[in-house]
Design a protein around this ligand. Sequence first.
Ligand code: HAM
Length: 421
Amino acid sequence: MSQGFQAPRGIPDYYPPASADFRRVRDTLTDAARRAGYGHIELPVFEDTALFARGVGESTDVVSKEMYTFADRGDRSVTLRPEGTAGVMRAVIQHGLDRGQLPVKLSYAGPFFRYEKPQTGRYRQLQQVGVEAIGVDDPALDAEVIAVADEGYRRLGLSGFRLEITSLGDDESRPRYREALQQFLFGLDLDEPTRQRAQLNPLRVLDDKRPEIKAATADAPLLIDYLSDDARAHFELVLAHLDRLGVPYELNSRLVRGLDYYTKTTFEFVHDGLGAQSGIGGGGRYDGLMRQLGGKQDLSGIGFGLGVDRTMLALEAEGVAGTEAARCQVFGVPLGTAAKAELVGVAGQLRAAGISVDLAYGDRGLKGAMKAADRSGAKIALVLGDREIEQRVVEVKNLTDGVQQQVCIDDVVGQVQRLLG
Ligand code: HAM
């Protein structure tokens, strides 16, 4: 292994050719949101630690174990954002976006940070594309958010994923359920940390991956059986809208998300080709978050975060990942110093005309440079030597069919444009 610098553990680099897929995933998922009217929001990468502690929930693993928290030079506690929803809500409140037309529909893309144990599909810097729709509690909006994610994945060519969905109920449903679940959990023979979790956040015990806890909680009461009439009606409408939108789903009444703000509709997209880290995206409604973060209004919200890294792995697992390296349309082959100077200028003119151009740099000679041209995937090679400079011409070679023609140096841009169609 190299003795030089390494990226911090669990922090991926994205470089060609895989970085082309990174951009394709991020841009395709973002486009799906744009087509449904979501405007772009660019958020700070770090914020006040209390924002996440209060927004995401003190008892969650994300807040209690995984945050990158540090004191800045002014001794303020700041945290690298572990997720996007709390920051969006903070921005909406701070800038009074909720006083305009509702819902406020925003989308974002970028890195998030969680100090998790790194493994395939689980990184300490992870990339998400997210949307948040704030201010209207309408089941049709829940269905829209879910359909945007579904559409984004399908446009990428993915098919081996499922949507799991449930309702976590509202303020009326939850205390009744919590009591029933706690009563059940306290009747079990649990170790001390798990018992404490049952006290603090009993729902999270149902997310315990240990086989003995899974077995012990197999018959635990389910929230879906404790929904208030309102929450039940809301959920049934969401499902009916999804049917109308042609988005398939599976009910999973044991679905537990790792963040505390969820209410009512909650969902996860799961890919079966990924092993343990199978969640390629997830989200839900968070009707109490604005109040929790000190907003004057108490507006509802719904959104998702889609994992770009895991979506890339899913594309690979399905064999639909792209293999295209960055390509240029034109490749310049200068033979000698004067030709290099001339082609540098031509390359500039072509790029200004919107054509992508690469050049053979260094002194490769004709053979090496033509090999580089072939390997570049370019459609056209421009070959220039001293003889051509004297005659003010360029050899324009179509690399697809091998046909070569001499073109006056001043007409190269037009001729290349014609050849590229
Ligand atoms: P989340 O489920 O914590 O939700 O993250 C969303 C997605 O990010 C996951 O489904 C997964 O694909 C990806 N992800 C999470 N952690 C990692 C990791 N360590 N390595 C690689 N990928 C990861 C949220 O973050 C919520 N803010 C989503 C949301 C928006 N809910 C409502 N609005």
